[in-house]
Design a protein around this ligand. Structure first.
Ligand code: FES
Length: 120
């Protein structure tokens, strides 16, 4: 299947967050490799996701957390912090990215194509 091949061609690239982050929980816009990411620290755990709401383009980093969901500030659609799945009845989702806390910092896993890996 075509989609399976496309997925196989994608590999993860771990990018370190190079800015200082607050100790307390937050919802914040960061840029990694030129990509806008909504970074969330909720109950001392980090989450990363796309910054644009799929409903009508709201900026998720301007939102807030509620019951393990990010809430879009425009029409208050909600997306699960871990899975990106929209709340019941929304039938949509956002892209979420894996986050790893290592001894030297916080890393976000971004997809990288084989083309980028070998030819850039
Ligand atoms: S733009 Fe995000 S809920 Fe409508």
């Amino acid at each position: 299947m075509y989609l399976d091949k496309v997925i196989l061609l994608l590999i993860m690239k771990w990018v370190k967050i190079a800015i200082e982050l607050p100790q307390e929980d937050f919802v914040k816009l960061i840029k990694l490799e030129g990509k806008k990411i909504c970074l969330v620290k909720h109950q001392q755990k980090f989450y990363a996701m796309q910054n644009t709401c799929p409903h009508a383009g709201g900026i998720l980093s301007g939102g807030w957390c509620k019951s393990r969901n990010i809430v879009c500030p425009i029409h208050r659609y909600e997306y699960n912090l871990e899975t990106g799945k929209g709340a019941e009845g929304q039938r949509d989702y956002i892209d979420v990215y894996p986050v790893e806390e290592k001894a030297d910092g916080i890393y976000v896993g971004l997809k990288e194509s084989l083309w980028e890996r070998f030819f850039s």
